[in-house]
Design a protein. Structure first.
Length: 204
């Protein structure tokens, strides 16, 4: 190819996307994380934050004027209309910056981490889709170990995302993340070699 291979990496919340993308980075892949870009576009002084203030009011802001992510998360998971309004503000800006970074990437292939890829227009810009899969009970356990307040809230978060079946239906490649870190690293290494082979480059 005349440009790096573009791999969309997706998976449900708490499936292990960050761990997997970090392993790919160690193997030489360029990694672009849309969640990081999403945080950057709502930083104080960015136009998106002003649009959020106009749409949702001061109650979704902290005292210092930064976005109160907890308040925003509770609002959008309880109200589909609010979620859609937030997405209308953020998604075009996130996509534009993601594509800019992807276009600037070097190396043999680029991993683009997109949690909600099943419904994202970014799919049209990707060559393959890699799904990090794990069972729902594992996701809930990991969410409760993080900052989720209750199992009920964890289940609401899962219900607001694409289903496991929807993610697997769009997958070209799948990594199972119910086992050990060593088993995960073995899968990443095997898929790395597959991507290198697709580019007709020598394996590492």
């Amino acid at each position: 190819m005349s440009r790096p291979l573009r791999i969309g990496l997706t998976g449900g919340i708490a499936s292990g996307k960050t761990t997997v993308s970090d392993l790919f980075a160690k193997l030489g892949a360029t990694v672009v994380v849309t969640d990081i870009i999403a945080r950057e576009v709502v930083a104080p002084g960015q136009p998106a934050l002003d649009e959020i203030r106009t749409a949702f009011g001061e109650e979704v802001l902290n005292a210092d004027g930064s976005l109160d992510r907890g308040a925003m998360r509770q609002l959008i998971f309880a109200d589909d209309t609010a979620r859609e309004r937030l997405e209308a503000i953020l998604h075009p800006k996130i996509q534009a910056e993601t594509l800019r970074r992807v276009a600037a990437a070097d190396g043999p292939y680029t991993i683009v981490v997109v949690p909600l890829l099943a419904d994202s227009p970014l799919r049209a810009h990707l060559d393959r889709i890699l799904v990090v899969d794990c069972d729902e009970s594992t996701q809930i356990r990991r969410l409760l170990e993080r900052d989720t307040e209750s199992e009920q809230q964890a289940r609401r978060i899962l219900a607001a995302q694409a289903s496991r079946e929807q993610r697997l239906a769009i997958a070209d490649d799948v990594i199972e993340n119910n086992l050990s870190l060593a088993a995960l690293a073995e899968q990443v290494s095997a898929i790395h070699d597959r991507y290198i082979a697709l580019l007709n480059l020598p394996a590492s």
